[in-house]
Design a protein around this ligand. Structure first.
Ligand code: AVJ
Length: 306
């Protein structure tokens, strides 16, 4: 079970008028593995498109960044992108920050094997909490790497605060390399979160299994269904779990009855217009940014400097 504070936070979300759970709870071991499968789905263009941008423009990115930097990857996951990035930019130190400890340590071992001379540091942390780096991580020439449009999980004002904190981690000689998913045709967006193989549905439902363990709750996964749609007004994909029947969920210190059709909001995934994201970077204290996109302008990578 989770700590008393976490349990209270999760329970409060479940009992809110609009029931909700933070998307960070997607990433237990099973959820991290499901997310990896999502990144390989035909409908999920994000990972593939971002990788292609790095492949196409990596040399120029590497020239801009230069060798010997200290890369700090946020939400490192399986470190697959880190490999491509490290091969190109040849950093001296790589700090992999992720919320999923098991997954992280495994991934970090793989990275050490691939780059024996690279100083690799795993750090388990929640990006919204305090990020404490080991004391001997170099403070000069840091590159914060935040790929995959993970910034899209946060409401714009929280994203702005987070970008400001990244700016703080960098000092004045660092840079931020960040991947951002862009607004596009609704059908393309919605298909990416409603894949035919049902992997995204399994990923969404898995959060209930995780809550059963964290809270000691008794969610019955057969009572819930996956929903994902584009909210155009808010420019975000929303994911929800909808009760198929009237159902009761209980945990040691509480319960909630859900009516049929009532739902738990599990994730937002904001989609930006390129100029809007550039504006956000400016407000967060980055005065200077380069950007690369794919030919269809589905995804963008920004290299932003103080
Ligand atoms: C990891 C937050 C970028 O929003 O596209 C994938 C998570 N959710 N499919 C995204 C996710 C459903 C993903 N991010």
């Amino acid at each position: 079970m989770a700590s008393v504070g976490l349990v209270a936070e999760i329970a409060a979300g479940l009992c809110a008028a609009q029931a909700n759970v933070s998307p960070k709870y997607f990433y237990d071991a099973a959820g991290s593995a499901l997310f990896e499968r999502i990144t390989r789905l035909p409908e999920y263009y994000l990972t593939r498109t971002e990788a292609k941008i790095i492949e196409t423009h990596g040399e120029e990115m590497a020239r801009q960044i230069g060798p010997g930097a200290t890369v700090i990857e946020l939400g490192a996951g399986n470190c697959e992108k880190a490999r491509a990035l490290c091969a190109m930019i040849r950093p001296r130190c790589f700090v992999a920050i992720d919320i999923s400890a098991d997954f992280l340590h495994q991934a970090v071992d793989g990275l050490r094997d691939a780059f024996p001379s690279l100083d690799v540091r795993p750090v388990v942390a929640d990006l919204l909490g305090e990020i404490v780096l080991p004391g001997d991580v170099p403070s000069a020439r840091r590159l914060v790497f935040y790929p995959g449009s993970s910034i899209g999980n946060f409401d714009p004002e929280v994203a702005l605060a987070l970008l400001g904190r990244m700016r703080g981690l960098l000092g004045n000689d660092g840079a931020l390399l960040i991947g951002v998913d862009l607004v596009k045709d609704e059908a393309v967006l919605e298909a990416a979160y409603n894949d035919a193989a049902g992997v995204t549905a399994a990923f969404n439902l898995n959060v209930l299994q995780h809550l059963n363990r964290l809270l000691g709750a008794d969610f019955d996964l057969t009572q819930w269904q996956h929903r994902a749609f584009f909210n155009r007004q808010k420019s975000r994909i929303e994911m929800h779990l909808e009760a198929l029947h009237e159902t009761r969920v209980a945990w040691p210190n509480g319960f909630r009855n859900f009516r049929r059709g009532e739902h738990i909001h599990t994730e937002n995934s904001y989609k930006y217009r390129i100029d809007d994201f550039a504006g956000l970077l400016g407000r967060a204290g980055f005065s200077n940014s380069l950007r690369w996109t794919d030919p269809e302008q589905w995804f963008a990578i920004f290299l932003a400097r103080p």
